[in-house]
Design a protein around this ligand. Structure first.
Ligand code: NAP
Length: 492
């Protein structure tokens, strides 16, 4: 059985930790993908020290050269795309087609970040003083700690690691314990691309031990975290206590508004993909539909027909529409929220239980579930479930729809289905999410667009796009005086 290894100082090394866990295929728990050795705090600290040492030469490497190595890693990921996607599906449970899509996103982001090595520009700024030049430079910050969740085991690490490295920082990376196999394959791509030893280091282990050691280590100057809100806010506080930069992207409860003038077929296909794609385990998944009364019955009839036809089972099979929850604990959470929904008086339209087919007998499967007549005060409307559970709220007016959509502590993504221009622009102006879509699902994002949430979804600057480089660089302001004369008047 494969035992996953840490990657420290350019070498793959087996942890000396005493605690071992199995990496289990969530679609078939008889399939043990590999073994994790939970690393110790000392090993995490050693990785930080190696990264701090490597920072000196990496920051001196010209940015276009750093970018070229990351672009080469993107090419290697593209060559190994199918192999990595298969591993990703086996350990995380999303469909193979979805894993390929995730890999493509990782590749796009690494390509985009790599190219930015040639554009890590400052700007020349006109000064009041004659014969003086003012300009800014973008400099790396230091060692970046990167802590990622299990639900996008390839794309999320890459959308942090690639810009961090191009900007000239060195990295210590902790993948989620549920997905070490994908993480190890990603490290191999960077090795083959020629990344110098110590510039990128990975330590596999628990958040409490490895994650906290990273965040608290004096040599770490940046923390980028994606995961749940409780953990993220705790990390943000720890980082703030040390006065270092942190960026935390956390939970979501993404709404879709369906107006009475919407193209209903379009809305049904968008909500279906958003709610049940990746078993509802995307941070951008649709978990709430807010729909005007007049079209609610027709919309639900069409959506239910699609959901009834869904095939659930092994995510590596091409004819399967939905795979499992990631593990027993996540499945329990989903089933628990279904009970909460029923107990609080929401109307269960479909699902709510586990499939009984032979194909699902050994995995963490749950049927796609829709609750109708959900009220904004209910827990299933307000709390992140992270499973294939959709809440439908019926409203009278467009104004009420916006109010219900914004009735959430979260603010990652959202969507509206309407043909009305006034409603579209009012919605874009009033919706409280960091990303929004019009007449398309709540999902996805392109490498060159910023990504991140408002309210309790996101703290710190946005990820992706060019904005991410504001997080991973310091700005230095430079004044050059070529008058050769003493300054007359006040210096202020
Ligand atoms: P999680 O439990 O918060 O874990 C995220 C990462 O943090 C894991 O690597 C975890 O390690 C680590 N961790 C746990 N406790 C820690 C601690 N005390 N100190 C430092 N690190 C710690 O989240 P998850 O269950 O993996 O992921 C699902 C969540 O991620 C959902 O809430 C989802 O909405 C969110 N998410 C958000 C976005 C976004 O962009 N907004 C994107 C994707 C996912 P171990 O698990 O190995 O212990």
């Amino acid at each position: 059985m494969q035992v996953y290894q840490n990657f420290i100082g350019g070498e793959f090394v087996t942890s000396q930790g005493k605690r071992r866990l199995h990496n289990v295929n969530p679609a078939d728990t008889r399939d043990i993908v590999g073994e994790i050795v939970q690393s110790t705090a000392a090993e995490a600290a050693q990785a930080v020290e190696v990264a701090a040492q490597a920072f000196k030469s990496w920051r001196a490497t010209p940015a276009p050269k750093r970018g070229a190595i990351i672009a080469k890693a993107a090419q290697i990921m593209a060559r190994r795309k199918e192999e990595i996607a298969r591993t990703l599906t086996r350990e995380e449970g999303k469909l193979y087609s979805e894993a390929l899509g995730e890999m493509q996103r990782a590749i796009n982001i690494a390509e985009f970040a790599g190219a930015h090595g040639r554009r890590l520009n400052g700007e020349v700024i006109p000064l009041e003083l004659a014969n003086n030049v003012g300009y800014t430079m973008k400099e790396p910050v230091g060692v970046a700690a990167i802590i990622t969740p299990w639900n996008f085991p390839a794309a999320i690490p890459i959308w942090k690691i690639a810009p961090a490295l191009v900007a000239g920082n060195t990295v210590v990376f902790k993948p989620a314990s549920l997905v070490p196999a994908t993480a190890q394959l990603l490290m191999e791509c960077f090795v083959e691309a020629g990344l110098p030893a110590g510039v990128l280091n990975m330590v596999i282990g628990s958040g409490g031990e490895v994650g906290n050691t990273f965040v608290d280590h004096p040599a770490v100057r940046l923390v980028s975290f994606t995961g749940s809100t409780d953990i993220g806010l705790g990390i943000y506080q720890r980082a703030a206590g040390r006065g270092i930069r942190a960026q935390c992207e956390m939970g979501g409860k993404n709404p879709v508004i369906v107006c009475d003038d919407a193209d209903l077929d379009l809305a049904v296909s968008g909500v279906y993909a958003g709610a049940f794609g990746s078993t509802g385990q995307r941070c951008t998944a649709t978990s709430r539909v807010i729909i005007q009364h007049g079209v609610a019955d027709a919309f639900l009839e069409r959506l239910m027909a699609q959901v009834q036809a869904m095939r659930i089972g092994n995510p590596l099979d091409a004819d399967i529409d939905m795979g499992p929850s990631v593990d027993a604990s996540q499945l329990k959470t989903v089933l628990n929220y279904i009970e909460i929904g029923k107990n609080q008086g929401a109307e269960l339209l479909i699902g709510g239980d586990q499939p009984t087919s032979e194909a699902c007998a050994h995995g963490h499967f749950v049927n796609p579930t829709i609750f109708d007549k959900v009220q904004p005060h209910m827990r299933i409307h307000n709390e992140e479930i992270f499973g294939p559970v959709l809440s439908v709220v019926r409203v009278e007016s467009f104004d009420e729809a916006i109010e219900v959509a914004n009735h959430s502590e979260f603010g990652l993504t959202s969507s509206i289905y309407t043909r009305d221009l006034t409603r579209t622009f009012r919605y874009i102006q009033e919706i409280e999410t960091g990303i929004t879509h019009v007449n398309s699902p709540t999902l996805g994002g392109e490498a060159q667009m910023p990504f991140g949430g408002m309210k309790n979804t996101g703290v710190g600057p946005r990820e992706q796009g060019t904005e991410v480089f504001d997080f991973y660089t310091e700005t230095k302001a430079v004044y050059i005086d070529f008058t050769g004369a003493k300054r007359e008047g006040k210096l202020y």
